[in-house]
Write a protein that binds this ligand. Structure first.
Ligand code: UTP
Length: 296
């Protein structure tokens, strides 16, 4: 049976983006024209995920509303002759079923994935972080390549990786690869290492394909760094038990836009706005003028 289920954890507090995230989810912040999580869902539905489970928390209701049909809005647009704007709501009609569960205690990403256990059952599934876009305008099919790898190599886990500058390894889970290439076997993973400890500069990049054995591993995983149950620790324990895990490198054209901090968020917004077919050219002229005038 094809893998058709994606779990999207969106329960985190997003404290690094305060005050913007005080009363709205970081996953709903706009990047260009769309909220982050809409790019995530569009990427995943294009590669065949028809069951989307959001792991949510308090203050995340706007995510549910965003993916719901808004009949009143459609009617108003029709009645006021704004037919062209209806196309902007096409995503509401995607052939997807949405499900929601609550992470009742914020015990980390691993715990958020564990909340999906009874929904997912005993089938492999995809995990996609709700605060990370892959590729300009989410034009990435890396999850398709990851699923192919998962099936061909009978893997227990396949993870997307992106090369990051050495100074940034301490912000991510980092791979210790067994071999090279676009697809590589993972010997081990290190969560947020120092530059000296890091076995490579390959950082986990927000997309996973996982066998259901991960749930037993998560149940056994004690809280790690920051008192949180780390998904990385559970994947390490699956590898330790003899499961095989593989990494798929993101090519530069499918880079990860992490919306978790302001520096990355601002850059992502500018990149997407500059690539906007309607407004990009005028923004470029504006920025060129601005930078020229300020002499930077
Ligand atoms: P982050 O690791 O960026 O954590 O989450 P965060 O708590 O949202 O952000 P800060 O550190 O307070 O700024 C990565 C993804 O995992 C989800 C988040 O919603 C985000 O989409 N997440 C994280 C959960 O669903 N539950 C958690 O307990 C932690």
């Amino acid at each position: 049976m094809p893998i058709d289920t994606v779990v999207i954890p969106v329960a985190g507090l997003g404290t690094r983006l305060l005050p913007a995230t005080k009363s709205q989810p970081k996953e709903m912040l706009p990047v260009g024209r769309k909220p982050v999580v809409q790019y995530v869902v569009e990427e995943l539905t294009r590669v065949g995920m028809h069951r989307v489970l959001f792991v949510t928390g308090p203050g995340k209701a706007s995510i549910e509303n965003h993916f719901d049909l808004n009949g009143e809005l459609i009617q108003i647009l029709r009645e006021t002759g704004k037919e062209e704007l209806l196309a902007e709501l096409e995503f509401e009609r995607a052939a997807v079923q949405y499900f929601y569960t609550r992470q009742r205690q914020l015990l980390g990403l691993g715990h958020a994935v564990l909340c999906a256990r009874s929904f997912v059952g005993d089938r492999p599934f995809v995990v996609a972080l709700g605060d990370s876009i892959i590729g300009m305008h989410a034009q990435s099919d890396v999850v398709r390549r990851m699923i192919a790898c998962f099936e061909e190599r009978q893997a227990a886990a396949v993870i997307a990786f992106e090369e990051v500058p050495a100074a940034e390894v301490r912000r991510y889970g980092i791979a210790k690869p067994k071999d090279g290439g676009e697809i590589f076997e993972i010997d081990d993973l290190v969560e947020k290492p120092s530059v000296d400890e890091a076995p490579s500069n390959l950082a986990i990049a927000a997309r996973y394909v996982l066998a259901p054995v991960i749930f037993d591993a998560l149940e056994r995983t004690p809280p790690g760094k920051g008192g949180e149950i780390q998904l990385t620790d559970a994947i390490r324990s699956v590898i330790g038990d003899g499961g095989r895990a593989f990494g798929v490198r993101l090519p530069p054209a499918e880079r990860r836009y992490d919306i978790g901090n302001f520096d990355a968020y601002f850059r992502a917004f500018v990149d997407f706005a500059l690539a906007d077919p309607r407004f990009g050219a005028s923004l470029r002229r504006y920025l060129e003028g601005l930078l020229h005038v300020s002499g930077t």
